[in-house]
Design a protein around this ligand. Sequence first.
Ligand SMILES: N[C@@H](CCC(=O)N[C@@H](CS)C(=O)NCC(=O)O)C(=O)O
Length: 216
Amino acid sequence: MRAQLVIGNKNYSSWSLRPWLAARHAGIAFDEIRIALYTPESAAQIRHYSPSGKVPVWCEGDMRVWDSLAICEYLAERAPALWPADAAARAIARSVSAEMHAGFAALRTGMTMNARARGRRVPVTPEIAADIDRIEAIWTDCRKRFGAGGPWLFGAFSIADAMFGPVVLRFVPYGVSRPGVVDDYVATWMADAHLQAWMAAAEQESEVLEQFECGR
Ligand SMILES: N[C@@H](CCC(=O)N[C@@H](CS)C(=O)NCC(=O)O)C(=O)O
């Protein structure tokens, strides 16, 4: 039975992008159901699929898996290479994925994901700067310790990359650039065919959610 991934607007929904990237990179087939967020119908449309009332949700027959990280974990049961093979590396990959999932509130609020936007400027508060510093530290540590085998955080693509991929669609629109690991990792993502396909689809979306159009 072919699975379905229910997602929000590709331009804005960073949580949706994470399992979408993990499934695409793992070559796991799925149909996509896109629900436009924050319309009068959105809540009912999402509830039809999702027990939590939020996207993303993975549907397979009667089964529902909701929450981005839980979906990624489910995908890794089908495609174990989504986590690093080495136990120590895998533990760190899980730690940074959980940290991304639970944190970075200032970055999320002040630099909303916007796949289409370029040349935006928002005030970089001390809290946002601290989030960017922490992301730089994570990316630098992972690349240095585990990244020798490829361009991703743990060399080969992993769920940690899926969790941090949407950060790239925060850094690029708002001009966050740091020479070295940050810019190199952003360049890796911007050259990724799957992220490019997502961005191209975001370009085709007609909805403009003013509350997420920061820094114009
Ligand atoms: N922790 C959840 C967060 C999911 C979430 O907040 N999704 C947002 C869209 S990005 C949503 O469904 N918003 C619609 C609503 O709250 O009505 C996850 O990791 O999947």
